[in-house]
Design a binder for this molecule. Structure first.
Ligand SMILES: [Zn+2]
Length: 227
């Protein structure tokens, strides 16, 4: 699709969304803040994408719900449009599958909460210092997997946020040879990477679930940290 049309569609959706939520008065203060900073609720663009914000549950490596009432996934408009595109690409080749999003924009206020929980613990290496921020803090990164028609995540060989080499795409070939990952698990990861990169996202070598909409340097110059 033409880039201008995508951007126009995003802003139209954003306008409609703000009208709906503004009038209903049900939007959370944090969400309002995210919308004011120009971010888009991805389900307002692509309602068929599943969202389960892991940091809004206790099912994460912090074992803490740092997102509180925030249940919707927000991204920069360009990243949100790319994610919609990834879902469309997936649906074309695999109509029974869907994207299942675990994390998107992460406000710095939440990054600070996470940092407080891990500082001085072995998990410290896995949380970005809120000072510099991560691409999630710029609203330009997404963590996700693939799910079947019942919403059950496909087997990727490790859970989300598994901090070990088995989760690192750079070692997949070796783990496949050593029978530590199955062909099906590697194929599932390949499919996720294929649809995401076709939509313009950049995969990283150390986490199968993480994708950047733009390189880190570009995020830092193009966007402000989401507060
Ligand atoms: Zn991530």
């Amino acid at each position: 699709m033409n880039k201008r049309i995508i951007i126009l569609a995003v802003f139209t959706q954003l306008f409609v969304h703000s009208l709906l939520y503004g009038q209903a008065g049900t939007v959370l203060p944090l969400e309002e803040q995210l919308q004011d900073q120009g971010l888009v609720d991805i389900q307002s663009l692509a309602p068929d994408i599943l969202v389960e914000l892991k940091y809004s549950t206790t099912d994460n490596f912090l074992a803490a719900d740092t997102y509180g009432e925030l249940e919707h996934c927000y991204l920069q408009p360009e990243a949100a449009a790319m994610l919609k595109e990834a879902q469309a690409i997936l649906k074309q080749s695999h109509p029974g599958l869907t994207l299942l999003v675990y994390d998107g924009a992460r406000p710095r206020s939440i990054q600070r909460k996470m940092w407080t929980l891990v500082v001085g613990t072995p998990s410290e290496d896995y949380v970005a210092n809120p000072k510099g921020g991560s691409v999630h803090n710029y609203g330009s990164a997404v963590d996700l997997t693939l799910a079947d028609a019942q919403g059950v995540p496909l087997d990727m060989g490790t859970p989300f946020d598994y901090f070990g080499e088995l989760a690192q795409p750079r070692h997949e070939d070796r783990f496949l040879k050593e029978n530590k990952l199955t062909q099906q698990q590697v194929d599932n990861r390949h499919l996720l990477r294929e649809v995401m990169t076709q939509a313009g996202f950049l995969a990283i070598s150390i986490e199968w679930w993480h994708f950047n909409a733009v390189p880190v340097k570009v995020a830092r110059t193009q966007y402000k940290i989401i507060e």
